[in-house]
Ligand binder design. Sequence first.
Ligand code: SF4
Ligand code: SF4
Length: 485
Amino acid sequence: MSEQETPKTDASQTDAKTKKKVAPEKIIPMSPDMDATKKSIHPRFVKGKYQNIRVISMYAILAGFLILPWLRWNGRQAIMFDVTQAKFFIFGATFMPQDFYFFSFIFMIAAITLFMVTVYAGRVWCGYACPQTIYVHLYQHVEKWVLGERNKRMKFDKEPMSASKLGKKLLIHAIWFVFSAITALTFMSLVIGTDYLFFNGHTPFFLGWGKMAWIFFGIITFVTHINGGYMREHFCVHICPYGRFQSVMFDKDTLIVSYDYNRGEPRGARKKNAENSGLGDCVDCTMCVQVCPTGIDIRNGLQVECIQCAACVDACNEIMDKVGYQRGLIRYTTERQLVENQKTKIIGFRIFAYIGVLSALFITAGVVGSTRDPLEMQIRHERKQLSIKNREGMIENSYVLTIVNKTDQKQIYHVKLEPVEGLTLRSRFKELPLNANEPYNMPVSVIGDPAVIKQGQTPITITVFSADGQYSVSTQDYFSFEPKK
Ligand code: SF4
Ligand code: SF4
Protein backbone atom coordinates (compact mmCIF):
# COMPACT_ATOMS: atom_id res chain seq x y z
CA MET A 1 0.00 0.00 0.00
CA SER A 2 1.34 3.40 -0.79
CA GLU A 3 1.22 6.30 1.61
CA GLN A 4 -0.82 8.20 -0.94
CA GLU A 5 -3.77 5.98 -0.18
CA THR A 6 -3.60 7.25 3.44
CA PRO A 7 -4.27 3.99 5.30
CA LYS A 8 -6.97 4.17 7.93
CA THR A 9 -4.91 2.50 10.60
CA ASP A 10 -6.00 1.96 14.18
CA ALA A 11 -3.44 0.78 16.69
CA SER A 12 -5.84 0.90 19.62
CA GLN A 13 -6.30 -2.04 21.94
CA THR A 14 -9.39 -3.31 23.74
CA ASP A 15 -9.51 -3.27 27.52
CA ALA A 16 -10.26 -6.82 28.68
CA LYS A 17 -12.54 -5.69 31.53
CA THR A 18 -14.48 -2.78 30.08
CA LYS A 19 -14.37 -4.00 26.47
CA LYS A 20 -13.69 -0.38 25.54
CA LYS A 21 -10.96 0.75 23.20
CA VAL A 22 -7.96 2.27 24.94
CA ALA A 23 -5.11 4.43 23.69
CA PRO A 24 -2.20 2.66 22.02
CA GLU A 25 1.11 1.85 23.69
CA LYS A 26 3.34 4.83 24.47
CA ILE A 27 5.86 4.38 21.63
CA ILE A 28 5.00 2.12 18.74
CA PRO A 29 8.02 0.48 17.15
CA MET A 30 8.27 0.56 13.40
CA SER A 31 6.04 -2.12 11.88
CA PRO A 32 6.54 -3.54 8.37
CA ASP A 33 3.53 -1.52 7.22
CA MET A 34 5.11 1.64 8.50
CA ASP A 35 8.51 0.89 7.00
CA ALA A 36 9.37 4.13 5.30
CA THR A 37 11.67 2.39 2.83
CA LYS A 38 8.62 0.88 1.14
CA LYS A 39 6.88 4.03 0.12
CA SER A 40 7.46 7.27 -1.65
CA ILE A 41 6.13 10.11 0.46
CA HIS A 42 4.59 13.23 -1.00
CA PRO A 43 3.47 15.29 1.97
CA ARG A 44 0.87 17.97 1.56
CA PHE A 45 2.29 21.36 2.54
CA VAL A 46 0.31 22.94 5.31
CA LYS A 47 0.24 26.44 6.79
CA GLY A 48 -0.12 27.21 10.45
CA LYS A 49 1.52 28.56 13.58
CA TYR A 50 4.06 25.78 14.00
CA GLN A 51 4.92 25.61 10.31
CA ASN A 52 5.61 29.36 10.33
CA ILE A 53 7.97 28.93 13.28
CA ARG A 54 9.63 25.97 11.55
CA VAL A 55 10.14 27.78 8.27
CA ILE A 56 11.65 30.82 10.00
CA SER A 57 13.90 28.69 12.19
CA MET A 58 15.01 26.31 9.43
CA TYR A 59 15.77 28.92 6.79
CA ALA A 60 17.49 31.22 9.31
CA ILE A 61 19.82 28.33 10.16
CA LEU A 62 20.39 27.60 6.47
CA ALA A 63 21.13 31.27 5.77
CA GLY A 64 23.56 31.34 8.72
CA PHE A 65 25.40 28.31 7.31
CA LEU A 66 25.68 29.89 3.85
CA ILE A 67 26.93 33.22 5.23
CA LEU A 68 29.43 31.73 7.70
CA PRO A 69 32.43 31.37 5.32
CA TRP A 70 31.99 34.93 4.06
CA LEU A 71 32.41 36.60 7.44
CA ARG A 72 35.74 38.42 7.79
CA TRP A 73 37.79 39.26 10.87
CA ASN A 74 40.93 41.41 10.73
CA GLY A 75 41.05 40.95 6.97
CA ARG A 76 40.84 37.16 6.94
CA GLN A 77 38.15 34.49 6.96
CA ALA A 78 36.54 34.66 10.41
CA ILE A 79 35.69 30.96 10.72
CA MET A 80 37.76 28.25 9.11
CA PHE A 81 38.45 24.67 10.12
CA ASP A 82 41.72 24.15 8.29
CA VAL A 83 42.19 20.40 8.59
CA THR A 84 45.23 20.39 6.27
CA GLN A 85 47.18 22.50 8.77
CA ALA A 86 45.30 21.15 11.81
CA LYS A 87 44.26 24.67 12.80
CA PHE A 88 40.85 26.16 13.55
CA PHE A 89 40.44 29.92 13.11
CA ILE A 90 37.50 31.40 14.98
CA PHE A 91 37.15 35.19 15.04
CA GLY A 92 40.85 35.95 15.44
CA ALA A 93 41.57 33.06 17.81
CA THR A 94 43.62 30.15 16.50
CA PHE A 95 43.15 26.68 17.89
CA MET A 96 45.83 24.10 17.30
CA PRO A 97 45.90 20.39 18.21
CA GLN A 98 47.16 21.23 21.69
CA ASP A 99 44.02 23.36 22.23
CA PHE A 100 41.54 20.72 21.25
CA TYR A 101 40.79 19.90 24.90
CA PHE A 102 38.90 23.22 24.78
CA PHE A 103 36.59 21.76 22.14
CA SER A 104 35.83 18.83 24.41
CA PHE A 105 34.08 21.35 26.69
CA ILE A 106 32.13 22.71 23.74
CA PHE A 107 31.06 19.20 22.70
CA MET A 108 30.07 18.31 26.26
CA ILE A 109 28.01 21.49 26.59
CA ALA A 110 26.30 20.80 23.26
CA ALA A 111 25.57 17.16 24.18
CA ILE A 112 24.17 17.93 27.64
CA THR A 113 22.09 20.83 26.29
CA LEU A 114 20.67 18.49 23.66
CA PHE A 115 19.86 15.86 26.33
CA MET A 116 18.15 18.48 28.48
CA VAL A 117 16.15 19.84 25.58
CA THR A 118 15.14 16.31 24.53
CA VAL A 119 13.97 15.36 28.01
CA TYR A 120 11.70 18.41 28.26
CA ALA A 121 10.89 19.41 24.69
CA GLY A 122 11.15 16.06 22.89
CA ARG A 123 12.49 16.02 19.34
CA VAL A 124 12.36 19.78 18.91
CA TRP A 125 15.82 19.65 17.34
CA CYS A 126 14.59 17.18 14.69
CA GLY A 127 11.51 19.20 13.82
CA TYR A 128 12.92 22.71 13.81
CA ALA A 129 16.69 22.75 13.43
CA CYS A 130 18.19 19.52 12.11
CA PRO A 131 20.04 19.98 8.78
CA GLN A 132 18.41 16.77 7.53
CA THR A 133 14.93 18.19 8.14
CA ILE A 134 15.92 21.49 6.53
CA TYR A 135 17.24 19.87 3.36
CA VAL A 136 14.31 17.45 3.06
CA HIS A 137 11.91 20.39 3.41
CA LEU A 138 13.83 22.36 0.79
CA TYR A 139 14.07 19.51 -1.71
CA GLN A 140 10.40 18.60 -1.27
CA HIS A 141 9.54 22.23 -1.94
CA VAL A 142 11.41 22.02 -5.24
CA GLU A 143 9.15 19.11 -6.24
CA LYS A 144 6.16 21.19 -5.28
CA TRP A 145 7.37 24.18 -7.34
CA VAL A 146 7.85 22.03 -10.41
CA LEU A 147 5.00 19.53 -10.11
CA GLY A 148 2.40 21.13 -7.90
CA GLU A 149 0.62 20.00 -4.73
CA ARG A 150 0.47 16.48 -3.35
CA ASN A 151 -2.18 15.03 -5.67
CA LYS A 152 -0.32 16.22 -8.75
CA ARG A 153 2.95 14.76 -7.46
CA MET A 154 1.27 11.42 -6.76
CA LYS A 155 -0.27 11.39 -10.23
CA PHE A 156 3.07 12.30 -11.77
CA ASP A 157 4.68 9.32 -10.01
CA LYS A 158 2.20 6.93 -11.60
CA GLU A 159 2.41 8.38 -15.11
CA PRO A 160 4.41 6.41 -17.70
CA MET A 161 7.68 7.96 -18.80
CA SER A 162 7.29 10.62 -21.49
CA ALA A 163 9.28 13.56 -22.83
CA SER A 164 7.37 15.92 -20.56
CA LYS A 165 7.90 13.72 -17.49
CA LEU A 166 11.59 13.38 -18.30
CA GLY A 167 11.89 17.15 -18.74
CA LYS A 168 10.29 17.82 -15.34
CA LYS A 169 12.45 15.22 -13.66
CA LEU A 170 15.57 16.78 -15.20
CA LEU A 171 14.46 20.21 -14.04
CA ILE A 172 13.97 18.96 -10.46
CA HIS A 173 17.40 17.30 -10.51
CA ALA A 174 19.00 20.43 -11.97
CA ILE A 175 17.61 22.59 -9.14
CA TRP A 176 18.58 19.98 -6.56
CA PHE A 177 22.07 19.93 -8.08
CA VAL A 178 22.40 23.71 -7.71
CA PHE A 179 21.46 23.46 -4.01
CA SER A 180 23.79 20.49 -3.51
CA ALA A 181 26.67 22.29 -5.24
CA ILE A 182 26.13 25.45 -3.14
CA THR A 183 26.12 23.26 -0.01
CA ALA A 184 29.37 21.58 -1.10
CA LEU A 185 31.03 24.93 -1.83
CA THR A 186 29.94 26.33 1.54
CA PHE A 187 31.19 23.29 3.39
CA MET A 188 34.50 23.33 1.51
CA SER A 189 34.87 27.07 2.11
CA LEU A 190 34.81 26.39 5.83
CA VAL A 191 37.53 23.77 5.48
CA ILE A 192 39.73 24.93 2.58
CA GLY A 193 38.87 28.62 2.62
CA THR A 194 37.10 30.96 0.22
CA ASP A 195 40.44 32.37 -0.98
CA TYR A 196 41.52 29.04 -2.43
CA LEU A 197 38.11 28.17 -3.81
CA PHE A 198 36.97 31.46 -5.32
CA PHE A 199 39.88 33.95 -5.46
CA ASN A 200 42.63 31.79 -6.91
CA GLY A 201 43.28 33.99 -9.96
CA HIS A 202 41.46 31.72 -12.40
CA THR A 203 38.39 32.51 -14.45
CA PRO A 204 36.16 30.69 -13.87
CA PHE A 205 37.35 30.12 -10.32
CA PHE A 206 37.09 26.29 -10.34
CA LEU A 207 39.87 26.03 -12.94
CA GLY A 208 42.27 26.79 -10.08
CA TRP A 209 41.23 23.78 -8.01
CA GLY A 210 43.47 20.81 -7.37
CA LYS A 211 42.42 17.17 -7.75
CA MET A 212 41.43 16.76 -4.09
CA ALA A 213 39.17 19.82 -4.20
CA TRP A 214 37.31 18.30 -7.14
CA ILE A 215 37.00 14.96 -5.38
CA PHE A 216 35.56 16.58 -2.24
CA PHE A 217 33.24 18.75 -4.28
CA GLY A 218 31.95 15.67 -6.12
CA ILE A 219 31.46 13.61 -2.96
CA ILE A 220 29.67 16.33 -0.95
CA THR A 221 27.47 17.33 -3.87
CA PHE A 222 26.51 13.73 -4.57
CA VAL A 223 25.78 12.89 -0.92
CA THR A 224 23.68 16.05 -0.45
CA HIS A 225 21.76 15.38 -3.66
CA ILE A 226 20.98 11.75 -2.76
CA ASN A 227 20.20 12.60 0.84
CA GLY A 228 17.83 15.49 0.14
CA GLY A 229 16.32 13.87 -2.93
CA TYR A 230 15.99 10.23 -1.91
CA MET A 231 17.22 9.33 1.59
CA ARG A 232 14.98 11.87 3.33
CA GLU A 233 13.09 10.37 6.27
CA HIS A 234 14.90 7.03 5.76
CA PHE A 235 17.97 8.71 7.21
CA CYS A 236 16.05 9.70 10.37
CA VAL A 237 14.45 6.28 10.73
CA HIS A 238 17.33 3.98 9.82
CA ILE A 239 20.60 5.87 10.24
CA CYS A 240 20.42 8.78 12.68
CA PRO A 241 21.59 7.57 16.11
CA TYR A 242 20.06 10.59 17.85
CA GLY A 243 16.61 9.69 16.53
CA ARG A 244 17.03 6.19 17.93
CA PHE A 245 18.24 6.90 21.40
CA GLN A 246 16.19 9.95 22.21
CA SER A 247 12.91 8.05 22.45
CA VAL A 248 14.30 6.23 25.49
CA MET A 249 14.89 9.62 27.12
CA PHE A 250 11.22 10.51 26.98
CA ASP A 251 9.20 10.36 30.15
CA LYS A 252 5.75 11.42 31.31
CA ASP A 253 6.75 15.09 31.31
CA THR A 254 8.31 15.24 27.85
CA LEU A 255 6.53 17.52 25.42
CA ILE A 256 5.35 15.45 22.46
CA VAL A 257 2.96 15.82 19.57
CA SER A 258 -0.01 13.66 20.55
CA TYR A 259 -3.45 12.81 19.32
CA ASP A 260 -6.10 13.17 22.03
CA TYR A 261 -7.42 9.67 21.78
CA ASN A 262 -10.26 10.05 24.28
CA ARG A 263 -11.53 13.14 22.55
CA GLY A 264 -11.07 11.94 18.98
CA GLU A 265 -12.46 8.38 19.14
CA PRO A 266 -14.51 6.82 17.80
CA ARG A 267 -13.45 8.61 14.67
CA GLY A 268 -15.64 8.90 11.61
CA ALA A 269 -16.85 11.13 8.81
CA ARG A 270 -20.02 13.15 9.38
CA LYS A 271 -22.03 15.85 7.74
CA LYS A 272 -21.16 19.42 8.66
CA ASN A 273 -23.18 20.73 11.65
CA ALA A 274 -24.86 17.34 12.03
CA GLU A 275 -25.34 15.80 15.48
CA ASN A 276 -22.25 13.72 15.90
CA SER A 277 -24.18 10.56 16.82
CA GLY A 278 -21.71 9.31 19.39
CA LEU A 279 -18.62 9.95 17.29
CA GLY A 280 -15.50 11.58 18.68
CA ASP A 281 -14.01 14.79 17.30
CA CYS A 282 -11.85 13.09 14.66
CA VAL A 283 -13.65 13.37 11.35
CA ASP A 284 -11.21 10.88 9.83
CA CYS A 285 -10.19 13.26 7.07
CA THR A 286 -6.62 11.80 7.10
CA MET A 287 -5.22 15.29 6.68
CA CYS A 288 -2.80 14.64 9.57
CA VAL A 289 -1.41 11.68 7.63
CA GLN A 290 -1.26 13.54 4.33
CA VAL A 291 0.91 16.33 5.73
CA CYS A 292 3.28 14.07 7.64
CA PRO A 293 6.79 14.20 6.12
CA THR A 294 7.54 10.70 7.45
CA GLY A 295 4.22 9.27 6.30
CA ILE A 296 2.90 8.07 9.66
CA ASP A 297 -0.49 8.31 11.35
CA ILE A 298 -0.10 10.10 14.67
CA ARG A 299 -3.46 8.70 15.74
CA ASN A 300 -1.68 5.37 16.25
CA GLY A 301 0.33 6.88 19.09
CA LEU A 302 3.88 8.11 19.40
CA GLN A 303 6.11 6.45 16.82
CA VAL A 304 9.85 6.43 16.37
CA GLU A 305 9.45 7.96 12.91
CA CYS A 306 7.78 11.09 14.32
CA ILE A 307 10.18 14.04 14.08
CA GLN A 308 7.75 16.26 16.03
CA CYS A 309 7.42 18.76 13.21
CA ALA A 310 3.82 19.55 14.23
CA ALA A 311 2.59 19.61 10.63
CA CYS A 312 -0.24 17.33 11.78
CA VAL A 313 -1.07 19.80 14.58
CA ASP A 314 -1.49 22.65 12.11
CA ALA A 315 -3.41 20.46 9.65
CA CYS A 316 -5.81 19.16 12.29
CA ASN A 317 -6.36 22.63 13.76
CA GLU A 318 -7.38 23.81 10.32
CA ILE A 319 -9.88 20.95 10.07
CA MET A 320 -11.20 21.62 13.58
CA ASP A 321 -11.77 25.26 12.57
CA LYS A 322 -13.66 24.15 9.48
CA VAL A 323 -15.95 21.74 11.33
CA GLY A 324 -16.41 24.13 14.22
CA TYR A 325 -14.73 22.02 16.92
CA GLN A 326 -12.20 23.16 19.46
CA ARG A 327 -8.59 23.18 18.27
CA GLY A 328 -5.99 20.87 19.79
CA LEU A 329 -7.24 17.38 18.93
CA ILE A 330 -3.61 16.86 17.95
CA ARG A 331 -1.36 19.05 20.05
CA TYR A 332 1.88 19.44 21.91
CA THR A 333 1.30 17.93 25.33
CA THR A 334 2.83 15.50 27.82
CA GLU A 335 1.77 12.03 28.79
CA ARG A 336 1.10 13.20 32.33
CA GLN A 337 -1.26 15.85 31.05
CA LEU A 338 -2.97 13.83 28.33
CA VAL A 339 -3.32 10.43 29.96
CA GLU A 340 -3.29 11.20 33.70
CA ASN A 341 -4.92 14.61 33.42
CA GLN A 342 -2.31 16.08 35.77
CA LYS A 343 -0.06 19.10 35.53
CA THR A 344 3.28 18.57 33.80
CA LYS A 345 6.17 18.55 36.27
CA ILE A 346 9.19 20.50 35.10
CA ILE A 347 10.73 21.76 38.32
CA GLY A 348 12.47 18.91 40.07
CA PHE A 349 15.86 17.51 40.91
CA ARG A 350 16.63 16.68 37.29
CA ILE A 351 16.37 20.22 35.94
CA PHE A 352 18.62 21.52 38.73
CA ALA A 353 21.11 18.73 37.99
CA TYR A 354 21.22 19.68 34.30
CA ILE A 355 21.54 23.39 35.08
CA GLY A 356 24.28 22.65 37.63
CA VAL A 357 26.34 20.52 35.23
CA LEU A 358 25.89 23.01 32.37
CA SER A 359 26.87 25.97 34.56
CA ALA A 360 30.01 24.16 35.71
CA LEU A 361 30.95 23.37 32.10
CA PHE A 362 30.27 26.93 30.93
CA ILE A 363 32.39 28.41 33.72
CA THR A 364 35.25 25.96 33.07
CA ALA A 365 35.13 26.57 29.31
CA GLY A 366 35.05 30.34 29.93
CA VAL A 367 38.07 30.20 32.24
CA VAL A 368 40.00 27.89 29.91
CA GLY A 369 39.10 30.04 26.89
CA SER A 370 39.98 33.35 28.53
CA THR A 371 43.33 32.09 29.84
CA ARG A 372 44.49 30.79 26.47
CA ASP A 373 47.93 32.22 25.87
CA PRO A 374 48.49 34.05 22.57
CA LEU A 375 52.09 32.81 22.76
CA GLU A 376 52.97 29.23 23.47
CA MET A 377 56.28 27.54 24.15
CA GLN A 378 57.28 23.97 24.94
CA ILE A 379 60.80 22.80 25.78
CA ARG A 380 62.18 19.46 24.65
CA HIS A 381 65.46 18.56 26.30
CA GLU A 382 67.82 16.52 24.09
CA ARG A 383 67.42 13.08 25.70
CA LYS A 384 70.04 11.04 23.89
CA GLN A 385 72.86 12.86 25.57
CA LEU A 386 71.72 15.16 28.35
CA SER A 387 75.04 16.95 28.59
CA ILE A 388 78.30 17.03 26.65
CA LYS A 389 81.66 18.72 27.15
CA ASN A 390 82.26 20.98 24.17
CA ARG A 391 85.53 22.06 22.54
CA GLU A 392 85.80 25.02 24.88
CA GLY A 393 85.68 22.69 27.89
CA MET A 394 82.22 23.92 28.85
CA ILE A 395 79.20 21.75 29.67
CA GLU A 396 76.51 22.00 27.03
CA ASN A 397 72.82 20.92 27.13
CA SER A 398 70.70 21.09 23.97
CA TYR A 399 66.99 21.89 23.78
CA VAL A 400 64.35 22.44 21.13
CA LEU A 401 61.88 25.24 21.88
CA THR A 402 58.56 24.90 20.08
CA ILE A 403 57.29 28.46 19.85
CA VAL A 404 53.80 29.16 18.50
CA ASN A 405 52.58 32.63 17.60
CA LYS A 406 48.85 32.27 18.30
CA THR A 407 48.03 35.90 17.56
CA ASP A 408 46.61 36.94 14.22
CA GLN A 409 49.57 39.25 13.49
CA LYS A 410 53.23 38.83 12.69
CA GLN A 411 55.44 38.98 15.80
CA ILE A 412 59.17 39.13 16.48
CA TYR A 413 60.30 37.08 19.46
CA HIS A 414 63.41 36.96 21.62
CA VAL A 415 64.55 34.18 23.90
CA LYS A 416 66.37 34.58 27.22
CA LEU A 417 67.54 32.43 30.08
CA GLU A 418 66.54 33.68 33.51
CA PRO A 419 69.86 34.39 35.30
CA VAL A 420 71.60 31.46 36.98
CA GLU A 421 75.25 31.89 37.95
CA GLY A 422 77.52 30.01 35.54
CA LEU A 423 74.84 29.39 32.88
CA THR A 424 74.37 31.22 29.56
CA LEU A 425 72.01 30.73 26.63
CA ARG A 426 73.38 30.24 23.13
CA SER A 427 71.22 30.44 20.03
CA ARG A 428 71.76 30.81 16.31
CA PHE A 429 68.96 33.40 16.19
CA LYS A 430 69.07 36.85 17.69
CA GLU A 431 65.39 37.23 17.00
CA LEU A 432 62.69 34.99 15.66
CA PRO A 433 60.08 36.53 13.32
CA LEU A 434 56.89 34.43 13.17
CA ASN A 435 53.85 35.01 11.03
CA ALA A 436 50.35 34.88 12.50
CA ASN A 437 49.57 31.38 13.80
CA GLU A 438 53.01 30.10 12.81
CA PRO A 439 54.82 27.51 14.95
CA TYR A 440 58.63 27.05 14.89
CA ASN A 441 61.04 24.53 16.41
CA MET A 442 64.03 26.55 17.56
CA PRO A 443 67.21 24.76 18.71
CA VAL A 444 69.08 26.40 21.61
CA SER A 445 71.88 25.39 23.98
CA VAL A 446 72.58 26.24 27.59
CA ILE A 447 76.28 26.47 28.34
CA GLY A 448 77.50 25.81 31.88
CA ASP A 449 80.86 26.71 33.39
CA PRO A 450 82.00 23.54 35.20
CA ALA A 451 84.03 25.61 37.64
CA VAL A 452 80.89 27.41 38.84
CA ILE A 453 77.86 25.14 38.46
CA LYS A 454 76.99 22.27 40.75
CA GLN A 455 76.93 18.70 39.55
CA GLY A 456 73.52 17.12 39.03
CA GLN A 457 70.44 18.96 37.85
CA THR A 458 70.08 22.73 38.07
CA PRO A 459 66.56 24.17 37.48
CA ILE A 460 66.42 26.70 34.64
CA THR A 461 63.72 28.99 33.27
CA ILE A 462 63.60 30.01 29.60
CA THR A 463 61.48 32.97 28.58
CA VAL A 464 60.22 33.92 25.14
CA PHE A 465 58.95 37.47 24.71
CA SER A 466 57.70 39.57 21.84
CA ALA A 467 59.78 42.56 20.72
CA ASP A 468 56.98 44.96 21.68
CA GLY A 469 56.86 43.45 25.17
CA GLN A 470 53.19 42.56 24.79
CA TYR A 471 53.51 38.80 25.03
CA SER A 472 55.79 36.56 27.01
CA VAL A 473 55.84 33.01 28.27
CA SER A 474 58.25 31.16 30.54
CA THR A 475 58.83 27.45 30.88
CA GLN A 476 60.97 25.53 33.33
CA ASP A 477 63.33 22.67 32.69
CA TYR A 478 66.73 21.71 34.09
CA PHE A 479 70.40 21.87 33.22
CA SER A 480 72.22 18.57 33.62
CA PHE A 481 75.84 18.32 34.65
CA GLU A 482 76.71 14.66 35.12
CA PRO A 483 80.18 13.77 36.43
CA LYS A 484 82.23 11.62 34.06
CA LYS A 485 82.24 7.98 35.14
S1 SF4 B 1 -6.53 15.79 10.84
FE1 SF4 B 1 -7.60 15.69 12.79
S2 SF4 B 1 -9.70 15.25 12.20
FE2 SF4 B 1 -8.50 14.79 10.41
S3 SF4 B 1 -8.00 12.63 10.62
FE3 SF4 B 1 -6.34 13.71 11.58
S4 SF4 B 1 -6.93 13.79 13.72
FE4 SF4 B 1 -8.79 13.28 12.60
S1 SF4 C 1 3.26 12.66 13.13
FE1 SF4 C 1 2.94 14.86 13.07
S2 SF4 C 1 4.63 15.70 14.23
FE2 SF4 C 1 5.16 13.57 13.77
S3 SF4 C 1 6.37 13.71 11.90
FE3 SF4 C 1 4.26 13.36 11.28
S4 SF4 C 1 3.42 15.41 10.95
FE4 SF4 C 1 5.30 15.67 12.09
